[in-house]
Design a protein around this ligand. Structure first.
Ligand SMILES: NC(=O)c1ccc[n+]([C@@H]2O[C@H](COP(=O)([O-])OP(=O)(O)OC[C@H]3O[C@@H](n4cnc5c(N)ncnc54)[C@H](O)[C@@H]3O)[C@@H](O)[C@H]2O)c1
Length: 446
């Protein structure tokens, strides 16, 4: 099939590349010329493992093109996929400006019947608005489809090529066959429903996953007080098939471009129809409190932080991505700077993006995790990159001025810490070794 994909961000680029890999002719469009220039050279503007190899392969096999010419791309395609951003407005609602702009441009470009499929996460009723916007700009017949995206940054390619399920929302039953044909190359687990339900499935899914995270974080906070170990609790809970083990890792909470914005948007969607989504409001509140545990434990261990050098490991909101949107690191580092700390940061991939968002004379940019630790009074692990799990903890103790490790992702085992001699704080694990802790300080002997 001939597809145009509008927006070459994490979703549009990965979807476009994967549709091309499965034999479709795909034209990826973005109005950001610098992104398109890079993509034409098979350079990815985003960090996503494996994406550049697939871009190169599909460009070479002539199934994939990149352009800023939206009109030409729409005219040459049967299906137009909208994958532009839907960031939050200050009140939490989804900003539909980019969606409406793209829909208007699609309408203006139409030269024959098209199927317009929305992959962006949009509030219930938005696809109907998209229909109205397009109709204002064209005389040609068209259909709309809601196909919300569930990929995760860092594993976006395998999530797209082998998804758990694909959700398709249609109001015209005649589209059923085409939509199944387009998507069955990825999975036979395709759930076709109405447009509004498809839109809601996306928000409900993200809200549920965010709820699991805040739930286990609250359990972790209680575990610290009652002397239980949240990692054991989560393992035991997860063995129950009704609960499942995923999204039960306690830590400093979720971030990223989806959960924070989608939970706030769903609270607004409910509010707009006079429904107070009390549970989800609490989920958001728990999440925003959780990241401050890092600051609380630093204060507990070091006292006041003015003039204190603190190492930070990890700036992206999770490993294997350069995405720093709503990353806990932004608020944690912002607070440390306010308190007068000297912040020595490291991230394997996201340093440039973070620097573009937050630069300050108190931030020192370090080339290695060891450099961030050297001479610091503590190291705080905020993102569970594999590189940090590989650090020699004995050596870490020698590099630090005070041997304090605050592990916001429960990366290290009790045994590793016991052998390291570090003063260790993690999330929701029992106090050990006589040190006070966020937790579970596992200190010296276990
Ligand atoms: N990032 C994720 O992990 C993820 C996962 C599932 C769903 N989503 C949803 O998918 C959507 C896209 O997310 P993303 O992370 O890929 O966004 P992004 O910000 O990384 O990319 C959006 C791209 O669209 C381009 N764009 C915007 N308006 C345009 C227009 N009118 N014409 C051409 N290009 C235009 C921008 O230049 C940008 O490159 C959002 O609604 C998001 O909630 C994201």
């Amino acid at each position: 099939m001939k597809l145009a994909v509008i927006g070459t961000g994490y979703v549009g680029l990965v979807s476009g590349v994967c549709f091309a890999l499965r034999g479709n002719e795909v034209i990826c469009v973005d109005y950001d010329e610098s992104k398109i220039e890079k993509l034409k050279r098979a350079e990815s503007p985003i960090y996503e493992p494996g994406i550049e190899e697939l871009i190169e392969q599909n460009l070479a096999e002539r199934r994939l093109e990149f352009t800023t010419d939206l009109e030409g791309a729409v005219r040459r395609s049967d299906i137009v996929i909208i994958a532009v951003g839907t960031p939050s407005l200050p009140n939490g609602e989804a900003n539909l400006h980019y969606i409406e702009q793209a829909a208007a441009a699609v309408g203006q470009a139409m030269n024959t019947h098209k199927i317009v499929m929305t992959k962006s996460t949009v509030p219930v009723g938005t696809n109907e608005k998209i229909r109205e916007v397009i109709a204002r700009h064209t005389q040609y017949a068209f259909d709309i489809v809601s196909a919300p995206e569930f990929l995760r940054e860092g594993s976006a390619i395998s999530d797209t090529l082998q998804p758990d399920r694909i959700i398709i929302g249609i109001d015209n039953p005649a589209l059923h066959e085409t939509m199944v044909k387009l998507h069955e190359v990825f999975t036979s687990n395709i759930y076709v429903t109405d447009v509004r339900s498809a839109e809601m499935i996306k928000y409900a899914s993200n809200a549920f996953l965010a709820t699991k995270i805040s739930f286990i974080n609250e359990i972790a906070n209680i575990c610290e007080k009652v002397g239980a170990d949240v990692t054991n609790v989560a393992e035991g809970m997860g063995m129950d098939k009704r609960i499942g083990s995923s999204f039960l890792q306690a830590g400093i909470g979720y971030g990223g471009s989806c959960f924070p914005k989608d939970t706030n948007a769903l609270i607004q969607i409910a509010g707009n129809v006079d429904y107070e989504f009390k549970l989800l409001k609490s989920v958001v509140e728990v999440n925003s409190d959780q990241r401050y545990m890092i600051i609380a434990k630093l204060r507990e261990s070091l006292g006041q932080l003015h003039g204190v050098p603190v190492g930070i490991w990890g700036l992206s909101f999770k490993p294997n991505t350069d995405d720093i949107r709503e990353s806990p690191a932004l608020e944690i580092i912002g607070t440390l700077i306010q308190e007068g700390a000297i912040v020595k940061v490291h991230d394997p991939i996201a340093m440039d993006k973070f620097k573009a968002e937050m630069d300050h004379p108190s931030i020192h940019w370090c080339a290695t995790p060891e450099e961030a630790a050297t001479g610091s009074d503590a190291v705080c692990l905020l993102t569970d990159w594999e590189a940090y799990k590989q650090v020699d903890l004995h050596r870490l103790g020698a590099l630090l001025r005070k041997p304090v490790l605050i592990d916001g992702r429960n990366v290290f085992s009790e045994q590793q810490i016991a052998e390291s001699g570090l003063e260790y704080y993690s999330v929701g694990r029992p106090r050990m070794g006589g040190l006070s802790g966020m937790s579970p300080s596992v200190a010296g002997a276990v």
